[in-house]
Design a protein around this ligand. Structure first.
Ligand code: HEC
Length: 163
């Protein structure tokens, strides 16, 4: 029995070793993601402050963008199925790579949702965190996101009415 446990543990370690050696790779799953349009990214469309942008990049782009950087377990079934499903579900809700699709109002609404999610520690999604201890949004980063969200234009109609 002890030997069996040892075997299982060794196999686990070996799999982990192979996985780590494989490193990170761009997404090549199915269905494929749309081609990247650099000009459509929130960075180009809305020009967030640097701290906001680096936070989104580091902690959110792996699911909420058209170019996630997948860890090794994103290629190993069954976790690959979960990772690909996450990316498609997350991207359908909120996609920082397709920010040009949003009106200014929607852009602000989305950023306010982002503010809520990071302030309440609800994103990145909980099961992602043990694998990515670095993906922790600090209070300072959350505050930067919320401040910026609150400075975004409210609605075009209110703006033009006040002119
Ligand atoms: C491991 C993948 C993953 C990461 C990383 C991740 N998310 Fe998500 N996110 C999801 C998934 C999956 C959903 C959809 C949940 C559902 O279907 O209810 C989601 C939903 C959301 C929503 C809700 C959108 C809506 O319309 O309801 C917001 C806002 C959000 N994420 C923000 C963030 C932010 C901000 C970050 C980075 C700090 C982040 N997410 C990181 C997977 C992720």
């Amino acid at each position: 029995m002890k030997r069996l446990l040892l075997m299982v543990a060794l196999c686990g370690l070996a799999a982990l070793g192979v996985g780590l050696a494989l490193g990170h790779h761009p997404y090549q799953g199915w269905p494929p993601l749309p081609p990247t349009r650099p000009g459509a990214d929130i960075a180009m469309v809305a020009h967030p402050p640097a701290l906001v942008m680096t936070t989104l990049h580091k902690d959110c782009y792996n699911c909420h963008s058209d170019h996630p950087d997948l860890p090794w377990y994103g290629y190993v079934w069954p976790s690959s199925a979960q990772v690909q499903d996450d990316i498609h579900r997350a991207g359908a809700r909120l996609n920082f790579s397709e920010w040009d699709q949003l009106s200014p109002e929607m852009s602000r609404i989305r950023m306010n949702q982002v503010c809520t999610m990071v302030s309440e520690d609800k994103m990145p999604i909980w099961y992602y965190k043990p694998f990515h201890p670095e993906a922790k949004v600090t209070k300072q980063q959350a505050a930067a996101i919320c401040n910026w969200a609150n400075q975004m234009p409210i609605a075009l109609t209110t703006q033009s009415a006040s002119r």
